[in-house]
Design a binder for this molecule. Structure first.
Ligand code: SF4
Ligand code: SF4
Length: 490
């Protein structure tokens, strides 16, 4: 019997095996500014297994990530004004946001809201670099807080996973792979079902889950495809999405400048790097921990901003830990601006931060104002198809269709009147109170007519819609068309 440990067994690797795995991986893929660490020389994918890291920024990221996941899980369950807190009801073309209900006609508001959020993100990036990517992006949050946790639970820490990758297939390795991917698929399905609940509500998702796929084939197809995309992304694609697909990552160099606070390495203090005890060496002890923990496989010690850096701060925690162990001041890798690293003072207020902030405030102010002016109903007046007006031996008549939309979650009685009518013009069809069901619409005819003898020619008037209590007032102009009055009097 061999005394050698079986590298394919399910037991945890020894400390020496972990060190060897880390070393060999580091030697094979030393990060460079000239190529992607995650792409092998032959163009194939090099799969990263970042080492575990502990520290204050890792704790903050963990808390932020778990809070964001909790919000994502809970929002469809929290009822506000009879609807889930966020409910994008596509079937009814209604959008419910924390008690506000927007009809499809109010969708223009989303433009200002998204514009404000976009410039808010620009402002945060100009101030703090890719803090969004590192702490709050769903890609990072779901990968680090869920999928990487599953992987670590089944296959062990970074060095253990690298060993498992390199080992030939065995029953133990096969069992771990099957368990990991089964959990990935179940997790992807759970996330996707919850995502569907944002569009159809939790009870409806539950109802669909109990029915045959053919009864809700569109929803079934959506869940199937979306879960497949999630599985592909989080099981395999991972950091490649940040590096090669995400447009926000591409824009960072345009949004940041030398005054932006990003994560960097203090080369003045760290170089020349050298192992502990090396004469005249700087503070960097060349332990490579900052590289081993990096989820995108880069070396933060390379000069300037790197496209692949997602601002996760794992390298700060890793380096601070090493500095503490060797009793040197922490902060060799830290949040600072390029100005700060060069010894100069960074400015918070620059033209770009001021412009982004102003555009953010405008976007938020416009969408907030527009939201506050949204009425619980809307209506449209359309001339009926056919002739623009009718003249018979008695009357001159114009016929319209009025489309009333009740955006309230309860039946509402509307009063429709026409203001500015000349003497002798009467309103018929739509008179008195019209009750419209909750979140429904009703189309009714509105007829304006005048006796030939009273007719004085075309005129303009205003259709007014109010509720019974006159808590709001909506108005639309209409034009009464007809022939020249002199022709009727001949
Ligand atoms: S360089 Fe540091 S901050 Fe950037 S992605 Fe790597 S570990 Fe995270
Ligand atoms: S973790 Fe710190 S000390 Fe270690 S190699 Fe990176 S910068 Fe140098």
């Amino acid at each position: 019997m061999s005394a050698q440990p079986d590298k394919t067994s399910a037991s945890a690797p020894s400390a020496s095996e972990r060190a060897a795995a880390s070393k060999s991986a580091a030697q094979r893929h030393i990060p460079s500014r000239d190529f992607l660490t995650t792409v092998n020389d032959d163009g194939s994918r090099y799969f990263l297994h970042p080492a575990d890291v502990h520290g204050r920024f890792t704790r903050i990221r963990r808390v932020v990530g778990l809070v964001l996941i909790a919000i994502y899980l809970l929002l469809p369950w929290i009822p506000i004004n009879g609807y889930p807190a966020v409910f994008l009801d596509l079937a009814e073309r209604r959008f419910h946001f924390f008690g506000f209900t927007l009809a499809a006609q109010d969708a223009w508001l989303i433009f200002f809201g998204l514009t404000g959020v976009g410039f808010g993100l620009f402002f945060v990036t100009a101030m703090l670099g890719r803090v969004w990517c590192g702490y709050a992006c769903p890609q990072t949050v779901f990968l680090e807080r869920i999928y990487r946790r599953i992987e670590r639970m089944i296959e062990g820490d970074g060095p253990a996973r690298r060993l498992l990758d390199a080992a030939p297939m065995s029953p133990a390795k096969f069992a771990k792979r099957v368990a990991k991917h089964a959990l990935y698929i179940l997790t992807s399905l759970a996330i996707t079902h919850l995502f569907l609940a944002y569009f159809v509500s939790i009870p409806e998702v539950w109802h669909m889950m109990q029915a045959a796929p053919g009864e809700h084939w569109a929803a079934f197809l959506f869940v199937f495809i979306a879960a497949g995309v999630l599985y592909f992304n989080f099981a395999w694609f991972r950091e490649q999405l940040c590096i090669v697909i995400c447009p926000y990552g591409r824009m960072q160099s345009a949004l940041t400048d030398d005054h932006t606070t990003t994560i960097g390495y203090d080369a003045k203090r760290g170089e020349p790097r050298g192992k502990l005890g090396t004469p005249d060496a700087g503070s960097c002890i060349a332990c490579n921990r900052c590289v081993q923990v990096c989820p995108t496989g880069i070396d933060i010690r390379h000069a300037s901003l790197q496209l692949e850096c997602i601002g996760c701060a794992a390298c700060i925690d890793a380096c601070d830990d090493m500095m503490t162990k060797v009793k040197r001041p922490t902060g060799l890798i830290r949040y600072d601006s390029l100005m700060g690293f060069s010894g100069a003072k960074a400015r918070l207020l620059r033209p770009r931060t001021i412009i982004y902030l102003i555009l953010f405030v405008i976007g938020v102010a416009v969408s907030s104002f527009a939201l506050s002016t949204i009425k619980p109903a809307t209506f449209m007046v359309m001339r009926m198809t056919g002739a623009p007006y009718f003249v018979d031996p008695v009357d001159v008549r114009n016929q319209f269709m009025v489309r009333l939309i009740n955006k309230r979650g309860e039946p509402t009685a509307f009063r429709v009147t026409v203001e500015g009518l000349p003497a002798g013009v009467t309103q018929s069809g739509l008179t008195g109170l019209v009750t419209v069901a909750p979140m429904a619409e009703q189309v009714s005819p509105l007829i304006l007519q005048v006796k030939r003898g009273d007719y004085a020619g075309p005129f303009k008037a205003t259709v007014v819609v109010e509720d019974e209590q006159r808590s709001f007032r909506l108005a639309r102009p209409v034009e009464f068309l007809g022939p020249d009055a002199r022709l009727l009097k001949q």
